[in-house]
Design a protein around this ligand. Structure first.
Ligand SMILES: NC(=O)c1ccc[n+]([C@@H]2O[C@H](COP(=O)([O-])OP(=O)(O)OC[C@H]3O[C@@H](n4cnc5c(N)ncnc54)[C@H](OP(=O)(O)O)[C@@H]3O)[C@@H](O)[C@H]2O)c1
Length: 238
């Protein structure tokens, strides 16, 4: 990862924070964003303790101007983007309503943040990657995007769309060295999980224990991997 430029959306907490620290430790330069400035700046400081150069931009990925500012600032500062991790996501209303009761505005908002933003950030980053004919895009999916579960509403449906987007884009880019893959991180101990399953009574993985699959997909060791759906294995599991 030495000197690779890694862009991570939704990096102020949870998995995004864990990925930022893992890539910083591995020697990458980082461009991170989230809507909440205070938490994001804390993560920047934590990552800098590993000696990483970190650009932290307060930005909402569902806002086109914010996306442009985030990507353009990163390209100006670092000259390129080698890896994009589309991690930012929202759950929607909690407790999660059944579809029949799902407010239309909330449904549209979840799809805007979780799907349209993945498309628009990638579309803005891709030209630079294609010019250099090198790059790795990693989208974050979920088990709820692979099987439709009652009560997982717009969130699950948004992840189905992320999976379709990943496969379609991977196929369109199959003759290039720009790779698009996705990771299902599994259930993790984060704010999102607390919103989704407030009465959770089983053990959960910590986000920092499932980062290896992302490091692998970001590196040239996975040069042959394209259009794949990988599941994270918590450290210690077989
Ligand atoms: N936790 C799980 O069990 C689980 C399971 C399967 C998949 N996942 C997936 O893993 C990824 C990370 O989830 P997590 O559990 O770490 O979630 P989380 O703790 O809720 O963190 C989400 C991150 O995304 C940011 N974010 C949300 N909306 C944003 C927006 N519009 N623009 C920019 N940043 C935004 C949040 O910061 P701000 O609020 O400050 O913007 C935060 O940094 C998500 O894609 C999620 O769907 C999670």
């Amino acid at each position: 990862m030495k000197n690779k430029v890694v862009m991570i959306t939704g990096a102020s907490k949870g998995l995004g924070r864990a990925l930022t620290l893992a890539f910083a430790k591995a020697g990458a330069k980082l461009a991170i964003c989230a809507r909440t400035s205070e938490n994001l700046q804390l993560v920047k400081k934590e990552a800098e303790l590993f000696g990483a150069e970190v650009l932290a931009i307060t930005a909402d990925v569902s806002n086109a101007r914010d996306v442009e500012r985030f990507v353009a600032t990163t390209e100006n500062a670092f000259g390129r983007i080698d890896v994009l991790i589309n991690n930012a996501s929202i759950l929607g209303p909690s407790p999660m309503p059944m579809l029949l009761d799902y407010p239309e505005e909330d449904f549209a908002e979840v799809l805007r943040v979780n799907v349209v933003s993945v498309f628009s950030v990638a579309r803005r980053v891709l030209p630079g990657m294609l010019e250099r004919n090198e790059g790795s895009i990693i989208n974050v999916t979920s088990e709820a995007g692979n099987t439709g579960y009652a009560g997982w509403g717009a969130y699950g449906i948004s992840k189905f769309a992320v999976e379709g987007l990943t496969e379609t884009w991977a196929d369109e880019l199959r003759h290039t060295n720009v790779r698009v893959n996705m990771v299902d991180p599994g259930e993790m101990n984060t704010d999102m999980h607390r919103l989704a399953v407030p009465d959770c009574d089983y053990p959960l993985a910590n986000p920092e224990d499932i980062v290896d699959v992302f490091l692998h997909l970001a590196s040239s060791d996975s040069a042959e991997m394209h259009g794949q759906r990988l599941e994270a294995q918590p450290e210690g599991d077989a």
